[in-house]
Design a binder for this molecule. Structure first.
Ligand SMILES: [Ca+2]
Ligand SMILES: [Ca+2]
Ligand SMILES: [Ca+2]
Ligand SMILES: [Ca+2]
Length: 253
């Protein structure tokens, strides 16, 4: 899963951080890409999976030189690859590599052999604009939380069915986070386009009149014990939102 928890550390280290695209490790923004993932270390060298816009998944292995070489290429996944996750989505005790495409498909792969273990049916969704994997209810299996065909969908990862979808349509969320953003002890699902749902009971808690940005981060920047949502606009500009107060944090004292 993507390391959003790292945002606070990133904020704290901001003053010392190198400019974007010039990471200390010389890899630029690679660590921020949702369709790129380090695979679990086997007996082999470091391996990285990369899903591309043409619908192919590549596995690259690092050589002793530090360079990478392609060691595996998938069949065509019938859509642009939007994101990769490593998670135990079928609840059998081992992680799967989940691949999802903008054309509404998601596939569970064995993260060591890259064999496809399961795929959702063709045509189940036409478009998925963002996805997150979390456990948001009382059953043990993880849920796939995604924006599918304009609705927020919660999908049972193990038994493969849609548990719930929003009555709200026309959503085009590009980013989703799950956290207790109002301090009531229960998680919310926050969509970047301004919707805040209760994660467990799934009612709409707030619909912001404005977007929270294209990408969302979380950090408690006012020391009140409730994380603020930090939204990124146009790939760089940041706003801070107090979801509990239902407004953007004031920039002036
Ligand atoms: Ca599993
Ligand atoms: Ca669950
Ligand atoms: Ca809450
Ligand atoms: Ca706070």
């Amino acid at each position: 899963m993507r390391g959003r928890g790292a945002l606070l550390a990133a904020l704290l280290a901001l003053a010392a951080a190198p400019a974007r695209g010039q990471g200390e490790d010389g890899q630029g923004a690679l660590g921020e890409f949702g369709a790129l993932l380090e695979l679990p270390a086997g007996e082999a060298a470091r391996r990285v999976a990369l899903g591309d816009v043409h619908g192919f998944l590549h596995v690259f292995e690092q050589r002793e030189s530090g360079r990478y070489a392609e060691v595996w290429l998938s069949a065509y996944f019938e859509g642009r690859i939007s994101g990769l996750f490593l998670a135990d989505v079928d609840d059998d005790g081992n992680d799967e590599l989940l691949v999802y495409t903008d054309q509404g498909r998601f596939h569970y792969l064995d993260p060591k052999t890259y064999k496809t273990l399961w795929s959702n049916p063709p045509g189940e969704y036409r478009r998925i604009s963002s996805m997150l994997i979390r456990n948001v209810d009382q059953d043990a299996p993880l849920e796939l939380i995604f924006c599918g065909d304009g609705r927020l969908v919660i999908y049972d990862g193990r038994d493969h069915f849609e548990e719930w979808h929003s009555t709200q349509t026309g959503l085009a969320s590009g980013d989703i986070i799950v956290a207790d953003v109002d301090g009531d002890g229960a998680d919310e699902i926050v969509l970047n386009d301004g919707y805040v749902f209760d994660a467990r009971f799934r009612d709409l808690e707030w619909q912001s009149p404005e977007s929270f940005g294209e990408r969302l981060g979380l950090a408690d920047v006012d020391d009140d014990g409730i994380p603020e949502v930090i939204g990124e606009f146009e790939g760089r500009y940041l706003r801070i939102f107090d979801i509990d107060l239902r407004r953007e944090k004031s920039s002036r004292p």
